[in-house]
Each structure stands twice: as C-alpha cells, then as structure tokens.
Design a protein around this ligand. Structure first.
Ligand code: NAD
Length: 325
C-alpha cells in the first residue's frame, strides 16, 4: 500500500529541494502545501482525512486534529520544538512523532550571538540613523567580562555558551535537569533562576515550551533583571509575559531585548514593535542553508524509516514502540 504524505512545513524544501524525492521513490503520493497557506485546526482537519504521514512545521496538531486523521501513522516535525503537537493524543493512537534534534543548534546560537552584539553596540539603531542622514555615535558596552545568563542549557544553550566564552564573557546557566558537572566541565557556572536574572548583563532563553516553562518569565521575574540588562528570546514567545516585558522596556527598567519568537506570529499590533530598543525577527533562527538542508533530510528519513516498518532515529514518543528498539 502506498502512503500519502502531506508536507505543510513552510520551511520544507528550502535547504534540499530533492529531499522529498526519497518519498516518491518509496512509492508515496507526496503533496506539498503552498508556503502561503496558514492552517487552522479546521483546515488541517479537512486536509488530513486520507493522510498517512505529515511533515509539519508550526501548524496546530491538536487532539481534535489528530482525531480527524484516521489513517495518520507518522507526525514528522520539521524542527526541534514539538509544542504544537498533542503528543499524548498521538501516543494514544499509536502514531509515532519524530523531530530533528541537534541540527539547528549552531544556526540558532549564531543568531543569538548576533543579537547580543547588536544590543551591546546598538548596530540596528546606528544603521537606521546613518541611512536617515544622522551621524550619531552610539556608546556601547564591551562583551568581555560581562555576564551571560542562559535559561536552559541543552544543545542550543551550550552552543551559545561556546561562542560567549570565546568573547571573554562569564557564562552562568539555570537548568533544573542538568548535572552540575556538565556545566562546570565547559566553563559555565550552574546557578538558580533568580541568580541568573539578578546578575546577568544578558539573559538568553533556550528552553522548550512545556508546563514548567510557559510564562516562566512573568512580570515578577522580569523585575529581578538589572535596568542595564538585555533579554534575548529565541525559544518560544509563550515562555515570557510580553505585556510585562513591554512595561519594563518602555519605562527604562530594562535596557533592551531581541525577540525571534512571539506569542502570536506574526506579532501584528504588538506594542513591542514600536519600541526602538527591541530587535524583532520573524522566527528565523534556524533559517540557514545548512540547518534547513539537515531538517529536510532528517524529517524525510524519519518518515521513510516508519514506512519500512522500522523505528525512526528521532522518536519523541518512544512509548508507541512499547520499549522496543
Ligand atoms: P534541548 O532539549 O537540547 O535543551 C533544552 C534544555 O532546556 C534542556 O537542557 C532542559 O533540561 C532545559 N529545560 C527544560 N525545562 C526547563 C526549565 N523549566 N527551566 C530551565 N531549563 C529547562 O533543546 P534545544 O535544541 O536547545 O532547543 C531549545 C528550544 O529552542 C526548543 O525547544 C525550541 O522551542 C527552541 N528553538 C527555536 C528555534 C527558532 O527558530 N527560534 C529553533 C530551534 C529551537
């Protein structure tokens, strides 16, 4: 029986235009949805009726959507974070969920470091000023000796730490699932969330969105940061309270922020867009030729492995295999 594979990830095919050929060679009927389409729950439900596997980006694969996909066997995430997928609903149906971990760490870390340098030296503001006829010399700060506080010390947090240490920064991290030796071994000091917020000159978020991280940077915690400090978020918008962040930035209780992710994307109408001390980018931290190409290849390989009856390399819900390797 040939599988129908629906590809809704808007980032798919930008890195490796030939990746989907592997599915066609396996006899799959492959449908790639136009990049202009933004799925709602309802339109996804309508699209998934005869689909066996989906390669998905950020579209909402809720329990309701999964319930409307009677043939679905594989959900292959074209990315790392799986917060848009109801994993429990998939597991209950025996649907395997896969992702592509560890393929975009370097790209996201590059952007994070770029944000840190732009914030420290007002590069965006200086560019805007010169283009509009100005010649204002913005006074910045050096990175050497400054403290970078990482919230979440997984693959991306570590890649950021390597870069920051090379710039002479002192790096601290908060990650409750970390063994202290893991951080000390690479020159990073593990500490509490409060200490990161109170002492860091730059705080950078690298946590997955889950029940422990949703809203973790609320107004009370943002108030712990130094007025001279900068916040960087490349994780997920919902990890912080955007209204409280706006208040802090607009009233000078926080020096600046760089945001690649937002609670609503695109963040049309957000007051954050009006602030000159905020850098906003379109959730594009993983958009490099190298990372996109790896994401294309591995997300397809994950589906191919399942079609062959094997276990894909990167399974998010191993319980569907009942402990089988
Ligand atoms: P990872 O799983 O390697 O690391 C996440 C780390 O967060 C882990 O070490 C974990 O222990 C820690 N963590 C979990 N709960 C925590 C909590 N409550 N407090 C502090 N730490 C906690 O993941 P990663 O590859 O480093 O990616 C991190 C996140 O970045 C992803 O889940 C995704 O949401 C986001 N991301 C965004 C982009 C983008 O385009 N902006 C690209 C890739 C990843």
């Amino acid at each position: 029986m040939s599988w129908k594979v629906l590809i809704t990830a808007r980032s798919f095919g930008m890195g490796d235009p030939w990746a989907k050929e592997a599915l066609s060679r396996m006899g799959c009927l492959v449908e790639v949805v136009s990049r202009d389409v933004r799925f709602t729950e309802q339109s996804l439900m309508n699209a998934l009726g005869d689909v066996d596997a989906i390669i998905v980006g950020s579209d909402p694969l809720s329990g309701k959507v999964i319930g409307a996909a009677p043939h679905l066997k594989v959900v292959s995430k074209h990315g790392t974070g799986v917060d848009n997928i109801d994993i429990a609903a998939c597991s209950a149906r025996g649907i395997v969920v896969t992702n592509v971990p560890g393929v975009n760490n370097e790209s996201v870390a590059d952007l994070t470091m770029g944000f840190i340098i732009c914030l420290a030296r007002s590069i965006i503001q200086a560019d805007v000023s010169v283009r509009s006829g100005g010649w204002k010399r913005f006074i910045g700060i050096e990175l050497s000796g400054k403290v970078l506080g990482l919230i979440g010390f997984g693959a991306i947090g570590r890649a950021v730490a390597r870069r920051a240490l090379a710039f002479g920064m002192k790096v601290k991290c908060y990650d409750p699932l970390l063994k202290n030796d893991d951080a000390h071994g690479v020159g990073v000091t593990p500490t509490t969330l409060e200490d990161v917020l109170q002492t860091a000159d730059f705080v950078s978020l690298h946590v997955p969105l889950n029940d422990t991280t949703r809203g973790m940077l609320d107004g009370k915690r943002l108030c712990l940061m130094k007025p001279s400090a900068f916040l960087i978020n490349t994780s997920r918008g919902e990890v912080l309270d955007e209204h409280a962040l706006y208040e802090q930035l607009a009233t000078g209780r926080l020096a600046g922020a760089a945001l690649d992710v937002f609670t609503h994307e695109p963040p049309s109408g957000s007051p954050l867009l009006k602030l000159s001390n905020v850098i906003c980018t379109p959730h594009y931290a993983a958009y490099t030729n190298e990372a996109l190409s790896r994401m294309d290849k591995i997300s397809v390989e994950n589906v191919c492995a399942a079609i062959r009856g094997g276990k894909p390399e990167y399974v998010v819900n191993p319980e569907v295999y009942g402990g089988r390797d």
